[in-house]
Design a protein around this ligand. Structure first.
Ligand code: GDP
Ligand code: GDP
Length: 449
């Protein structure tokens, strides 16, 4: 007999897409009871949210260190009418969007015609199906389950969702049917956060590096347990050690000697790729140029956290300030979420703002929104502002999951492709609700086929 421990949620070390498990079956076979057992009844509050009915409710779950989303569906019935038909359709959608399907049958009733119809629907989906014989509260009922082999789904897993019997083995089997897990990150304290200092020639990158190495405590050579590339610099800043990547070139200034823009951009790409967060320096005394824009684009496209440092702030007077504000509105409007600091590498002005800004950007970069909260928000949003009707039809967003972090990636499961404008609207609202200041986010749409 296995009792489930309370699920540990929000494990930040689990990167990669979160697989989806759909629980389907006739009404009253015990699907909700099973789902509640899987999630440890921690998020059942979602059921009380208007609009998020039991039709298709996703929950976060975790078993043996593996995170997944479990979708509770209403009872599936063929030939259902009205509301029951809608619920059945929702269950089919859940099957289509799932990685694994758990098909629940009531062992005290045995396989019915409806169960057999459900099996045909499941076969069409080509998804891995795990057959569960629920309500096997005792050994006699466990024996009854033998008859369920006739469904052609292999060995039935006898469980009692109500009492917990057999549910641990079931979870092990669910896990073994999920797509391969992402590589496990090393345990223990991780090395210093990796920062790229980038920007066009002469914006003050090497001056800033010198400033932080001098002002904060001197560059350290090694940190226990980490290997640092010789071209990188370790700098202590605001109580933490940071790894500034690919700084050898900055110090030697070779990039400018041989400095075509092509090589500068290659260097930038390499540094950004190696880093978790990029500090893009802009010369506050000069107009934001196309070359500056290209550096910003490189960072956003690489999916790195972003801090914009307006350097040479000592040269900014009231007049320049006025024009700079207008330039920022115009030139940086595609990245309103970037964190900005106004510094002077020369005088040291506000250089102490850099580390807190970088930390904030990294926190956003690794932020994970629980599935329940995400879908609760999404339901409210799509009810208040549905997708505009196109050609008599409006695609609906069925549910969303956060597929990963660093940067945060979201998948919207929909009934059809979304307008680019509506997708931007969803992204803007997502940021309004959950922040993500200093980090790009990715939203992809998975229309139901
Ligand atoms: P759903 O409609 O498939 O979601 O079914 P529910 O989870 O709402 O369960 C329907 C009924 O079956 C409820 O009264 C549950 O308490 C009961 N039930 C669920 N699992 C078991 C079980 O393992 N054993 C017994 N005896 N009853 C169960
Ligand atoms: P890099 O090419 O981006 O590494 O830029 P450098 O650090 O070599 O700086 C280019 C020039 O800008 C040098 O002459 C610096 O002294 C000057 N500079 C750097 N930071 C500042 C600053 O905050 N204010 C002023 N006025 N000049 C700066």
């Amino acid at each position: 007999m296995s009792e489930l421990p309370v699920a540990e949620l929000d494990d930040p070390s689990s990167l990669g897409p979160v697989p989806v498990v759909a629980v389907v079956g006739r009404p009253n076979v015990g699907k909700s009871t099973l789902v509640n057992r899987i999630i440890g009844r921690r998020q059942a509050v979602v059921e009380d949210v208007p609009g998020v009915t039991r039709d298709r409710v996703p929950y976060d779950a975790q078993w043996n260190g593996r995170r997944f989303t479990v979708v509770d569906t209403g009872g599936w019935e063929p030939d259902a009418k009205d509301r029951a038909a809608a619920i059945a359709a929702q269950a089919e959608i859940a099957v289509q969007t799932a990685d694994v399907v758990v098909f629940v049958v009531d062992v005290t009733v045995g396989a019915t015609d409806v169960d057999e119809a459900a099996v045909r629907m499941l076969r069409r989906s080509h998804k891995p199906v795990i057959l569960v014989a629920n309500k096997a509260d005792n050994q006699n009922l466990e024996l009854e389950a033998v008859s369920l082999w006739s469904l052609g789904l292999g060995e039935p897993h006898t469980i009692s969702a109500l009492h917990g019997r057999g549910s641990g083995d079931l979870l092990d089997d669910i896990l073994s049917n999920l797509p391969a897990p992402p590589p496990i990150l090393e345990d223990g304290p991780r090395g210093p956060r990796r920062v790229a200092l980038v920007g066009r020639p002469n914006v003050g990158k090497s001056s800033l590096l010198n400033r932080v190495s001098k002002e904060e405590r001197a560059v350290v050579d090694s940190v226990a347990g980490t290997t640092v590339d010789p071209v990188d610099s370790l700098v202590e800043m605001d109580g933490d050690i940071w790894q500034f990547v690919d700084t050898a070139g900055l110090r030697k200034r070779v990039n400018q000697a041989s400095g075509t823009e092509y090589y500068a951009s290659l260097r930038t790409a390499g540094a950004v790729e190696a880093a978790e967060v990029a500090v893009v320096l802009l010369d506050a005394g000069e107009v934001i140029s196309e070359q500056d824009q290209r550096v910003l684009t490189q960072v956003v496209e690489a999916g790195r956290a972003l801090v914009i440092a307006f350097n040479k702030w000592d040269l900014v007077d009231a007049d320049r300030r006025f024009y700079l504000d207008k330039e920022i509105d115009r030139e940086l409007k595609r990245i309103p979420w970037a964190i900005r600091v106004n510094i002077s590498a020369k005088t040291g002005r506000a250089v102490d703002k850099l580390a807190p800004a970088i930390r904030r950007a990294l926190a956003s970069w690794e932020q994970r929104i629980p599935t329940g909260a995400l879908n609760q928000w999404l339901t409210e949003l799509t009810q208040a502002t549905p997708h505009p009707v196109r050609g008599g039809r409006a695609p609906r967003i069925l549910f969303a999951t956060q597929a990963g972090i660093a940067p945060p990636r979201f998948v919207l499961f929909t009934t059809g492709p979304l307008d680019a404008g509506y997708q931007r609207f969803v992204e803007r609202k997502l940021r309004e609700e959950f922040g993500f200041e200093g980090s790009p986010i990715e939203i992809s749409v998975k229309p139901r086929k």
